[in-house]
Each structure stands twice: as structure tokens, then as C-alpha cells.
Design a protein around this ligand. Structure first.
Ligand code: 8YV
Length: 330
């Protein structure tokens, strides 16, 4: 029986599904650095179930020659060197689709929390500082009827655009390397603009681009300088797409009004300057964290692992493989 490592704490029912096919090594809750090194834990394993961490690279693959599949329950796979996996004959899968709507809900919620100063005002109330009503007490920016700027227009970007256009009467502009089909643009009520136009004209910028060398610091000091002083920025994509130090500075100097961040450069560490500015809502990478969605993500990763290692009804045909060519018959 193949042995697999589930490299993160996991739903018991998903572990039970995997146990029908494999000997399963599990991961207890707790800090990852309290565990033995990953290569050691992977000893004798044919497959591994991961999420946005750990890093899977050529060094790890060279240390684990028996590994044949790495299946992630995240949609973003910047922690996995897919090219190195392909050259080692290791199948890689991610988990697209199942988290789109939940992540879009959260992106919208973060944007609204930043615009309407929900967390900042809650801290004020909890601190016992609320003594009277004032016309401008935590007065923020309107969301309805304003201009939503979506940077990155994949599945999640489109789901956010739909919420803005249909639910909140927003004008939607977007920037993406490739334009959507005109019919899709029309259905979303979204207009493609250059990145510069996007930054200059949006009232609320929501960032939903995958992380890569090309998207590193896609929004830094120069880009923030183009934004309106009343604008908000929300990042539910990946840490590193935004230059967190430059953002903290822009927030501190009120060069933009507010931000909502679910992802951070070097997370779980957070840039210390972000912790000291009041006009930012900070959450610990939970945009996909509804229980039904997290279960769907885990089950999709399990489906991929079972199929990639030649088991179950879809043996040899993992549903969301990123490099299915490694399983192609010779
Ligand atoms: C995960 C995500 O929670 O799917 C993704 O790409 O960012 C989140 O849904 C995260 O990757 C877990 O590490």
C-alpha cells in the first residue's frame, strides 16, 4: 500500500477517505518548525497533500525520489516548482473553482470593512472611547455607486466584479494581461483599462493576481502614488504582490484612505509598520475559510491524490492536474 503524507492538519473525514487507499501519515496542529524536516517526514511517501505551504522545490524532490504526486488544496501554487516536479515525474494539482465564491465574498467584505472603517471603529468602541455622536465619526467612503478596480480578472476577480456591478451598482474597471471576451465583459459590466488608468480612477482597488516573479511588487510606491487619497486597497491574492512597506507608509501618510489585507509578504510574519497604522484591516489569510469551502478544497486535493496514485474511479486522471503530461502513457 502506498504511503502518503498529509502535510497539514486535516478534516478527519478526508483522512478517512485517504485511508481507504493509502497508509496515511498525518500532521498534528502546532508550529511547523516543531516538526521534523519535511524531507524526513516524506521518507517512503509516494504522495503528499499540501496547501499554500510548504515549499516544494528541486532540493526537496531530489531528497524524496519515491515521491510521485503533490496535491494542493489551494488554488495558488507559487509554493510549488511545477517545472521541477515535471522533470522529476511528480504530478502536481491545485484546487481551482471550489473556493471562488467564498474568496470573493471575503474580498468584498474586506473592501467594505476598509471603506466603512468597521474594525477601526470597533476597536474605538471596545476601548471605551465612544462618548458622543458626531457627524464625522468614522465617516468613510461609499462603496455603492463608486468605481471598483479589479487587478487580475480570473475566476475570483470576476466573482468580485459581479458582486460590485450587480449588488452595489458599481462601475467596474479592470486590468489583466489578457482581456476578457467582449460578451463576458458585457455580462459583468466590466471595462478593461491600463494599469495606470485603473490605479488613477478606481475608488476601491481589489487585487486578485497570482504571485509570480512578474507580479512581485506589482503595486509599490509608484503605483500607490497614482491612487486617489480617498481610495482603498484590498489584497486577497498573495503576499509579495503588494510592497507592504510602501503600503504602510502610504496609509500612515493618508496618501490612500484605507486597506484590507488578508495576505502578507513573508507571512505569517506581518510587516511591523502595518501593525501600527489604524486604517488597515488585517486578517490571517482566511479568504477561503468557510467550513464547506475548506472541506471542498480538501476533498478536491484528496481526489487528485487518489487518482494520481492510480486509485479510485478516476485512477490516472486527477481532475485538476497542473502537469498531467507526467501521467501520460509512454
Ligand atoms: C488557502 C489560498 O487558504 O487557495 C489559495 O490559493 O490562498 C487559500 O485559499 C491558502 O493557500 C492556504 O495556505
Amino acid at each position: 500500500m502506498d504511503r502518503v503524507l498529509v502535510a497539514l492538519p486535516m478534516f478527519n473525514d478526508v483522512l478517512d477517505r485517504l485511508r481507504e487507499h493509502f497508509e496515511v501519515l498525518t500532521t498534528p496542529d502546532g508550529p511547523p518548525d516543531a516538526l521534523p524536516p519535511l524531507a524526513q517526514r516524506l521518507h517512503g511517501c509516494a504522495g503528499m497533500l499540501v496547501a499554500g505551504a510548504p515549499r516544494v522545490d528541486a532540493t526537496l524532490l531530489a531528497a524524496c525520489p519515491g515521491l510521485r504526486a503533490v496535491c494542493s488544496m489551494a488554488v495558488g501554487f507559487n509554493n510549488i516548482d511545477v517545472e521541477a516536479c515535471t522533470s522529476h515525474g511528480v504530478l502536481v494539482s491545485n484546487a481551482p473553482g471550489v473556493l471562488t465564491e467564498t474568496t470573493a465574498d471575503f474580498g468584498f467584505a474586506l473592501m467594505m470593512a476598509a471603506a466603512r472603517r468597521i474594525c477601526e471603529s470597533e476597536h474605538y468602541l471596545r476601548a471605551g472611547r465612544w462618548s458622543d455622536w458626531r457627524y464625522d465619526l468614522f465617516a468613510g467612503a461609499d462603496v455603492h455607486g463608486s468605481t471598483l478596480g479589479v487587478l487580475g480578472m480570473g475566476r475570483i476577480g470576476q466573482a468580485i466584479a459581479r458582486r460590485g456591478a450587480l449588488g452595489f451598482g458599481m462601475r467596474v474597471i479592470y486590468h489583466n494581461r489578457s482581456r476578457l471576451e467582449p460578451a463576458v465583459e458585457q455580462a459583468l459590466g466590466a471595462r478593461w483599462v491600463t494599469k495606470e488608468e485603473l490605479l488613477r480612477h478606481c475608488d476601491h482597488l481589489v487585487i486578485v493576481v497570482p504571485y509570480s516573479a512578474q507580479s512581485h511588487h506589482l503595486v509599490g510606491a509608484a503605483e500607490l502614488a497614482l491612487m486617489k487619497p480617498t481610495a482603498t486597497l484590498t489584497n486577497v491574492a498573495r503576499g509579495g504582490v503588494v510592497d507592504d512597506a510602501a503600503l504602510a507608509e502610504a496609509l500612515r501618510e493618508r496618501r490612500i484612505a484605507a486597506a484590507g489585507l488578508d495576505v502578507f509578504e513573508g507571512e505569517p510574519a506581518v510587516h511591523p509598520a502595518l501593525l501600527t497604522v489604524p486604517n488597515v484591516v488585517l486578517t490571517p489569510h482566511i479568504a477561503s475559510a468557510s467550513l464547506p469551502t475548506r472541506r471542498a478544497m480538501a476533498n478536491l486535493a484528496a481526489d487528485n491524490l487518489i487518482a494520481a496514485l492510480g486509485r479510485g474511479a478516476h485512477a490516472g486522471r486527477p481532475p485538476t492536474a497542473l502537469n498531467p503530461q507526467v501521467l501520460a502513457p509512454p
